[in-house]
Design a binder for this molecule. Structure first.
Ligand SMILES: Cc1ncc(COP(=O)(O)O)c(C=O)c1O
Length: 378
Protein backbone atom coordinates (compact mmCIF):
# COMPACT_ATOMS: atom_id res chain seq x y z
CA UNK A 1 0.00 0.00 0.00
CA UNK A 2 1.23 3.50 -0.83
CA UNK A 3 -0.42 6.16 1.37
CA UNK A 4 -0.13 9.88 0.65
CA UNK A 5 2.02 10.29 3.79
CA UNK A 6 3.84 8.15 6.32
CA UNK A 7 5.89 8.89 9.43
CA UNK A 8 9.48 7.71 9.84
CA UNK A 9 10.46 6.08 13.16
CA UNK A 10 14.05 4.99 13.83
CA UNK A 11 15.62 2.74 16.47
CA UNK A 12 17.00 5.83 18.18
CA UNK A 13 13.45 7.29 18.41
CA UNK A 14 12.25 4.11 20.13
CA UNK A 15 15.21 4.11 22.52
CA UNK A 16 14.65 7.77 23.41
CA UNK A 17 10.99 7.13 24.27
CA UNK A 18 11.83 3.95 26.22
CA UNK A 19 14.32 5.90 28.31
CA UNK A 20 11.58 8.30 29.43
CA UNK A 21 9.17 5.43 30.11
CA UNK A 22 11.79 3.90 32.42
CA UNK A 23 12.52 7.23 34.08
CA UNK A 24 10.96 9.43 36.76
CA UNK A 25 8.87 11.93 34.73
CA UNK A 26 6.33 10.97 32.04
CA UNK A 27 5.18 14.58 31.85
CA UNK A 28 6.25 18.02 33.17
CA UNK A 29 9.89 16.93 33.25
CA UNK A 30 13.03 18.24 31.58
CA UNK A 31 12.46 16.63 28.13
CA UNK A 32 9.85 19.31 27.42
CA UNK A 33 12.24 22.24 27.85
CA UNK A 34 15.00 20.36 26.01
CA UNK A 35 12.65 19.91 23.05
CA UNK A 36 11.71 23.61 23.23
CA UNK A 37 15.38 24.61 23.11
CA UNK A 38 15.90 22.54 19.98
CA UNK A 39 12.76 23.92 18.29
CA UNK A 40 13.73 27.54 18.95
CA UNK A 41 17.29 27.12 17.75
CA UNK A 42 16.17 25.19 14.66
CA UNK A 43 13.58 27.84 13.78
CA UNK A 44 16.00 30.67 14.60
CA UNK A 45 13.69 32.29 17.16
CA UNK A 46 14.02 33.44 20.76
CA UNK A 47 11.15 31.54 22.39
CA UNK A 48 9.34 28.23 21.85
CA UNK A 49 6.38 26.67 23.67
CA UNK A 50 5.44 23.09 22.80
CA UNK A 51 1.80 21.98 23.05
CA UNK A 52 -0.20 18.80 22.56
CA UNK A 53 -1.30 19.48 18.95
CA UNK A 54 -0.93 21.94 16.11
CA UNK A 55 -4.54 22.90 16.77
CA UNK A 56 -3.89 23.77 20.43
CA UNK A 57 -0.80 25.69 19.29
CA UNK A 58 -2.99 27.71 16.88
CA UNK A 59 -5.49 28.35 19.68
CA UNK A 60 -2.60 29.43 21.91
CA UNK A 61 -1.30 31.83 19.23
CA UNK A 62 -4.72 33.46 18.88
CA UNK A 63 -4.97 33.84 22.66
CA UNK A 64 -1.40 35.19 22.93
CA UNK A 65 -2.25 37.78 20.26
CA UNK A 66 -5.03 39.04 22.54
CA UNK A 67 -7.84 38.19 20.12
CA UNK A 68 -11.24 38.63 21.78
CA UNK A 69 -14.97 38.62 21.25
CA UNK A 70 -15.97 41.23 18.60
CA UNK A 71 -12.54 41.02 16.94
CA UNK A 72 -12.07 39.84 13.37
CA UNK A 73 -9.18 37.71 12.15
CA UNK A 74 -8.45 37.43 8.43
CA UNK A 75 -7.39 34.04 7.15
CA UNK A 76 -7.46 31.74 4.13
CA UNK A 77 -10.37 29.42 3.30
CA UNK A 78 -7.82 27.10 1.69
CA UNK A 79 -6.62 25.17 4.74
CA UNK A 80 -7.51 22.53 7.27
CA UNK A 81 -10.46 23.63 9.43
CA UNK A 82 -8.22 24.12 12.51
CA UNK A 83 -6.80 27.31 10.96
CA UNK A 84 -10.18 29.05 11.22
CA UNK A 85 -11.64 27.13 14.18
CA UNK A 86 -8.95 28.53 16.50
CA UNK A 87 -10.42 32.01 15.91
CA UNK A 88 -13.87 30.77 16.94
CA UNK A 89 -12.42 29.22 20.12
CA UNK A 90 -11.68 32.78 21.30
CA UNK A 91 -15.19 33.90 20.20
CA UNK A 92 -13.84 36.11 17.41
CA UNK A 93 -14.94 36.10 13.78
CA UNK A 94 -12.94 34.45 10.98
CA UNK A 95 -12.98 36.58 7.83
CA UNK A 96 -11.78 34.76 4.73
CA UNK A 97 -9.70 36.27 1.94
CA UNK A 98 -9.01 34.39 -1.29
CA UNK A 99 -5.71 32.84 -2.38
CA UNK A 100 -3.18 33.60 -5.05
CA UNK A 101 -4.19 31.02 -7.65
CA UNK A 102 -0.71 30.06 -8.79
CA UNK A 103 0.60 29.14 -5.32
CA UNK A 104 -2.46 28.39 -3.19
CA UNK A 105 -1.17 30.92 -0.62
CA UNK A 106 -3.18 33.67 1.07
CA UNK A 107 -3.16 36.70 -1.22
CA UNK A 108 -1.98 39.90 0.55
CA UNK A 109 -4.07 42.06 -1.82
CA UNK A 110 -7.21 40.11 -0.88
CA UNK A 111 -6.24 40.47 2.80
CA UNK A 112 -5.89 44.24 2.54
CA UNK A 113 -9.39 44.57 1.10
CA UNK A 114 -10.82 42.87 4.23
CA UNK A 115 -9.05 44.98 6.89
CA UNK A 116 -11.31 47.22 8.99
CA UNK A 117 -11.39 48.68 12.50
CA UNK A 118 -12.34 45.30 14.01
CA UNK A 119 -9.43 43.40 12.47
CA UNK A 120 -7.00 42.21 15.12
CA UNK A 121 -4.82 39.60 13.40
CA UNK A 122 -4.04 37.76 10.18
CA UNK A 123 -3.41 34.01 9.99
CA UNK A 124 -1.61 32.88 6.87
CA UNK A 125 -0.83 29.25 5.95
CA UNK A 126 2.38 27.92 4.40
CA UNK A 127 0.36 25.65 2.14
CA UNK A 128 2.03 22.30 1.31
CA UNK A 129 5.29 23.53 2.89
CA UNK A 130 5.77 26.65 0.71
CA UNK A 131 6.40 29.88 2.65
CA UNK A 132 3.58 32.44 2.54
CA UNK A 133 3.92 35.99 1.14
CA UNK A 134 5.47 36.90 4.47
CA UNK A 135 7.16 40.19 3.58
CA UNK A 136 3.95 41.63 2.13
CA UNK A 137 1.78 40.33 4.99
CA UNK A 138 4.22 41.65 7.60
CA UNK A 139 4.18 45.05 5.92
CA UNK A 140 0.36 45.11 5.96
CA UNK A 141 0.18 43.92 9.57
CA UNK A 142 2.61 46.59 10.74
CA UNK A 143 0.79 49.29 8.79
CA UNK A 144 -2.57 48.39 10.40
CA UNK A 145 -1.31 47.36 13.87
CA UNK A 146 -2.25 43.68 13.44
CA UNK A 147 -0.58 40.53 14.75
CA UNK A 148 0.64 38.23 12.00
CA UNK A 149 0.34 34.52 12.81
CA UNK A 150 1.87 32.00 10.45
CA UNK A 151 0.21 28.59 10.45
CA UNK A 152 3.42 26.82 9.51
CA UNK A 153 2.05 23.37 10.32
CA UNK A 154 3.32 22.29 6.88
CA UNK A 155 6.58 24.19 6.76
CA UNK A 156 8.93 23.33 9.61
CA UNK A 157 12.31 23.28 7.82
CA UNK A 158 11.23 25.53 4.92
CA UNK A 159 13.31 28.63 4.18
CA UNK A 160 12.31 32.20 3.41
CA UNK A 161 14.92 34.68 2.14
CA UNK A 162 17.77 32.62 3.55
CA UNK A 163 16.24 31.98 6.97
CA UNK A 164 14.30 29.05 8.34
CA UNK A 165 10.57 29.55 8.84
CA UNK A 166 10.02 30.90 12.35
CA UNK A 167 10.84 34.53 13.00
CA UNK A 168 9.12 36.15 9.99
CA UNK A 169 5.64 36.38 11.57
CA UNK A 170 4.87 37.63 15.10
CA UNK A 171 3.91 34.08 16.08
CA UNK A 172 4.61 30.93 14.06
CA UNK A 173 2.81 27.63 14.65
CA UNK A 174 4.09 24.11 13.94
CA UNK A 175 2.41 20.68 14.03
CA UNK A 176 4.07 17.38 14.87
CA UNK A 177 1.24 15.17 13.63
CA UNK A 178 2.61 11.98 11.94
CA UNK A 179 1.92 13.46 8.49
CA UNK A 180 4.36 16.32 9.18
CA UNK A 181 8.14 16.77 8.83
CA UNK A 182 8.78 15.45 12.35
CA UNK A 183 6.34 13.80 14.71
CA UNK A 184 5.51 13.45 18.40
CA UNK A 185 2.35 11.43 17.52
CA UNK A 186 0.17 14.44 18.37
CA UNK A 187 1.92 17.71 19.12
CA UNK A 188 2.66 21.25 18.11
CA UNK A 189 4.57 24.39 19.04
CA UNK A 190 4.52 28.13 18.81
CA UNK A 191 7.71 30.12 18.27
CA UNK A 192 8.07 33.88 18.64
CA UNK A 193 10.61 36.62 19.28
CA UNK A 194 8.22 38.44 21.61
CA UNK A 195 8.56 37.92 25.37
CA UNK A 196 4.96 39.10 25.85
CA UNK A 197 3.51 36.49 23.48
CA UNK A 198 5.78 33.83 25.02
CA UNK A 199 4.60 34.52 28.57
CA UNK A 200 0.94 34.53 27.56
CA UNK A 201 1.48 31.22 25.75
CA UNK A 202 3.05 29.62 28.84
CA UNK A 203 0.07 30.66 30.97
CA UNK A 204 -2.44 29.45 28.39
CA UNK A 205 -0.87 25.99 27.98
CA UNK A 206 -1.22 25.29 31.71
CA UNK A 207 -4.78 26.30 32.72
CA UNK A 208 -3.84 30.01 32.92
CA UNK A 209 -1.77 29.19 36.01
CA UNK A 210 1.49 30.82 37.09
CA UNK A 211 3.76 29.48 39.82
CA UNK A 212 6.25 32.33 39.49
CA UNK A 213 6.05 34.52 42.67
CA UNK A 214 7.25 37.61 40.83
CA UNK A 215 4.15 37.47 38.63
CA UNK A 216 1.62 36.94 41.47
CA UNK A 217 -1.24 39.40 41.80
CA UNK A 218 -1.52 38.60 45.54
CA UNK A 219 1.88 39.65 46.81
CA UNK A 220 1.09 38.63 50.41
CA UNK A 221 0.73 34.94 49.44
CA UNK A 222 4.19 34.88 47.94
CA UNK A 223 5.62 33.11 50.95
CA UNK A 224 3.13 30.19 50.98
CA UNK A 225 5.05 27.29 49.40
CA UNK A 226 1.91 25.64 47.95
CA UNK A 227 0.56 28.82 46.38
CA UNK A 228 -0.08 29.39 42.67
CA UNK A 229 -2.43 31.69 40.80
CA UNK A 230 -4.83 31.18 37.91
CA UNK A 231 -4.81 34.48 36.07
CA UNK A 232 -6.36 33.66 32.69
CA UNK A 233 -8.72 31.00 31.35
CA UNK A 234 -6.25 28.49 29.98
CA UNK A 235 -6.32 24.78 29.12
CA UNK A 236 -4.31 21.65 29.70
CA UNK A 237 -2.52 21.78 26.36
CA UNK A 238 0.76 20.35 27.70
CA UNK A 239 2.96 18.02 25.65
CA UNK A 240 4.25 15.04 27.68
CA UNK A 241 7.88 14.07 28.21
CA UNK A 242 7.22 10.82 26.34
CA UNK A 243 6.24 12.83 23.26
CA UNK A 244 8.97 15.42 23.78
CA UNK A 245 11.59 12.64 23.82
CA UNK A 246 10.32 11.47 20.44
CA UNK A 247 10.41 15.07 19.19
CA UNK A 248 14.02 15.56 20.41
CA UNK A 249 15.12 12.42 18.62
CA UNK A 250 13.22 13.36 15.44
CA UNK A 251 14.40 16.96 15.17
CA UNK A 252 18.01 15.76 15.30
CA UNK A 253 17.29 13.99 11.99
CA UNK A 254 15.12 16.68 10.38
CA UNK A 255 17.68 17.76 7.76
CA UNK A 256 17.82 14.23 6.34
CA UNK A 257 14.03 13.89 6.45
CA UNK A 258 13.53 17.12 4.50
CA UNK A 259 16.31 16.19 2.06
CA UNK A 260 14.54 12.91 1.31
CA UNK A 261 11.24 14.76 0.73
CA UNK A 262 12.97 17.23 -1.58
CA UNK A 263 14.55 14.46 -3.61
CA UNK A 264 11.14 12.79 -4.19
CA UNK A 265 9.54 16.14 -5.07
CA UNK A 266 12.31 16.78 -7.60
CA UNK A 267 11.76 13.33 -9.09
CA UNK A 268 8.03 14.03 -9.59
CA UNK A 269 8.91 17.35 -11.23
CA UNK A 270 11.51 15.76 -13.48
CA UNK A 271 9.00 13.13 -14.67
CA UNK A 272 6.00 15.43 -15.12
CA UNK A 273 7.65 18.69 -16.09
CA UNK A 274 7.03 18.65 -19.82
CA UNK A 275 3.49 17.29 -19.57
CA UNK A 276 0.92 20.04 -20.24
CA UNK A 277 -1.81 18.05 -18.48
CA UNK A 278 -0.36 18.90 -15.06
CA UNK A 279 0.35 22.15 -13.24
CA UNK A 280 3.24 21.43 -10.89
CA UNK A 281 4.12 23.06 -7.57
CA UNK A 282 7.02 25.54 -7.88
CA UNK A 283 9.30 27.12 -5.31
CA UNK A 284 9.13 30.92 -5.46
CA UNK A 285 12.30 32.97 -5.73
CA UNK A 286 13.99 33.21 -2.31
CA UNK A 287 11.88 30.36 -0.89
CA UNK A 288 12.61 26.71 -0.18
CA UNK A 289 9.68 24.43 0.48
CA UNK A 290 9.67 21.86 3.29
CA UNK A 291 7.82 19.64 0.76
CA UNK A 292 5.10 18.55 3.14
CA UNK A 293 2.91 17.81 0.09
CA UNK A 294 3.49 17.44 -3.62
CA UNK A 295 0.31 19.25 -4.55
CA UNK A 296 -0.24 19.21 -8.31
CA UNK A 297 -3.22 20.43 -10.32
CA UNK A 298 -4.93 18.94 -13.35
CA UNK A 299 -4.80 21.43 -16.20
CA UNK A 300 -8.16 20.15 -17.44
CA UNK A 301 -10.62 20.75 -14.60
CA UNK A 302 -13.27 18.61 -16.30
CA UNK A 303 -11.31 15.40 -15.61
CA UNK A 304 -13.21 13.17 -13.20
CA UNK A 305 -11.08 13.05 -10.05
CA UNK A 306 -13.34 10.35 -8.59
CA UNK A 307 -12.41 8.01 -11.44
CA UNK A 308 -8.77 8.78 -10.91
CA UNK A 309 -9.01 8.02 -7.19
CA UNK A 310 -10.84 4.76 -7.96
CA UNK A 311 -8.04 3.69 -10.28
CA UNK A 312 -5.44 4.56 -7.65
CA UNK A 313 -7.35 2.50 -5.10
CA UNK A 314 -7.27 -0.56 -7.41
CA UNK A 315 -3.49 -0.17 -7.41
CA UNK A 316 -3.44 0.20 -3.61
CA UNK A 317 -2.32 3.83 -3.83
CA UNK A 318 -4.04 6.48 -1.72
CA UNK A 319 -3.49 10.10 -2.75
CA UNK A 320 -5.38 12.93 -1.02
CA UNK A 321 -6.95 16.28 -1.81
CA UNK A 322 -5.87 19.40 0.12
CA UNK A 323 -8.09 21.18 1.04
CA UNK A 324 -11.88 21.14 1.05
CA UNK A 325 -12.36 24.93 1.32
CA UNK A 326 -13.25 25.79 4.91
CA UNK A 327 -16.14 28.10 3.99
CA UNK A 328 -17.92 25.22 2.20
CA UNK A 329 -18.15 22.99 5.28
CA UNK A 330 -21.74 22.81 6.60
CA UNK A 331 -20.80 24.42 9.92
CA UNK A 332 -19.36 27.52 8.21
CA UNK A 333 -22.19 27.69 5.66
CA UNK A 334 -24.85 27.45 8.38
CA UNK A 335 -23.23 29.79 10.87
CA UNK A 336 -21.87 32.49 8.56
CA UNK A 337 -23.92 32.07 5.38
CA UNK A 338 -20.94 31.23 3.20
CA UNK A 339 -21.59 29.33 -0.03
CA UNK A 340 -19.83 27.84 -3.04
CA UNK A 341 -18.79 30.68 -5.30
CA UNK A 342 -17.64 32.99 -2.49
CA UNK A 343 -13.92 32.31 -3.04
CA UNK A 344 -13.51 31.28 -6.69
CA UNK A 345 -9.72 30.84 -6.73
CA UNK A 346 -9.76 28.59 -3.67
CA UNK A 347 -12.60 26.54 -5.11
CA UNK A 348 -10.88 26.10 -8.50
CA UNK A 349 -7.62 25.09 -6.85
CA UNK A 350 -9.54 22.54 -4.75
CA UNK A 351 -11.31 21.08 -7.80
CA UNK A 352 -8.05 20.62 -9.70
CA UNK A 353 -5.74 19.55 -6.84
CA UNK A 354 -4.27 16.14 -6.00
CA UNK A 355 -1.66 15.48 -3.30
CA UNK A 356 0.29 12.52 -4.60
CA UNK A 357 2.23 10.31 -2.14
CA UNK A 358 5.27 12.00 -0.63
CA UNK A 359 7.21 10.83 2.45
CA UNK A 360 10.88 10.15 3.22
CA UNK A 361 10.77 6.35 2.81
CA UNK A 362 8.87 6.44 -0.53
CA UNK A 363 10.93 4.75 -3.24
CA UNK A 364 11.40 5.98 -6.81
CA UNK A 365 9.87 2.74 -8.08
CA UNK A 366 6.71 3.62 -6.16
CA UNK A 367 6.72 7.17 -7.53
CA UNK A 368 6.90 5.63 -11.03
CA UNK A 369 3.77 3.59 -10.26
CA UNK A 370 1.94 6.74 -9.14
CA UNK A 371 3.00 8.60 -12.28
CA UNK A 372 1.93 5.75 -14.59
CA UNK A 373 -1.58 5.71 -13.20
CA UNK A 374 -1.81 9.50 -13.27
CA UNK A 375 -0.80 9.62 -16.91
CA UNK A 376 -2.98 6.66 -17.90
CA UNK A 377 -6.20 8.15 -16.51
CA UNK A 378 -5.60 11.80 -17.27
C1 LIG B 1 -2.57 23.85 7.83
C2 LIG B 1 -2.87 23.08 9.09
N1 LIG B 1 -3.03 23.75 10.23
C3 LIG B 1 -3.29 23.11 11.38
C4 LIG B 1 -3.40 21.74 11.44
C5 LIG B 1 -3.72 21.06 12.73
O1 LIG B 1 -2.61 20.36 13.24
P1 LIG B 1 -2.80 19.16 14.27
O2 LIG B 1 -3.34 18.00 13.51
O3 LIG B 1 -1.42 18.92 14.79
O4 LIG B 1 -3.74 19.61 15.33
C6 LIG B 1 -3.25 20.99 10.27
C7 LIG B 1 -3.36 19.53 10.31
O5 LIG B 1 -3.24 18.82 9.37
C8 LIG B 1 -2.98 21.68 9.06
O6 LIG B 1 -2.83 21.02 7.89
Amino acid sequence: MIPYTKHTISKSDINAVAKILNGRFLTQGSAVSEFESLIKSYSETRYAVVLNSGTSALHCAVFAAGVNEDDEVITTPFSFVATANCILYERAKPVFADIDYSSGLLDPIAVESKINSKTKAVITVDYAGHPSFLKELKFLSKKHGLTLINDACHSLGAEYMGRRIGGQADITVFSFHPAKAITTAEGGAIVTNSRKFYERALLFRNHGITKDPKNFVDKSSKIDPWYFEMQELGYNYRLSDVQSALGISQIKRIDNLIKARRSIAEYYTEKLDKDPRFVLPRERKGCKSAWHLYSLRLADASIDKRKLFKEFKYANIFPQVHFIPIHTHPYYQNRFGYKFGDFPKTESFYREEISVPLYPSLRKKEVDEVINILKKIV
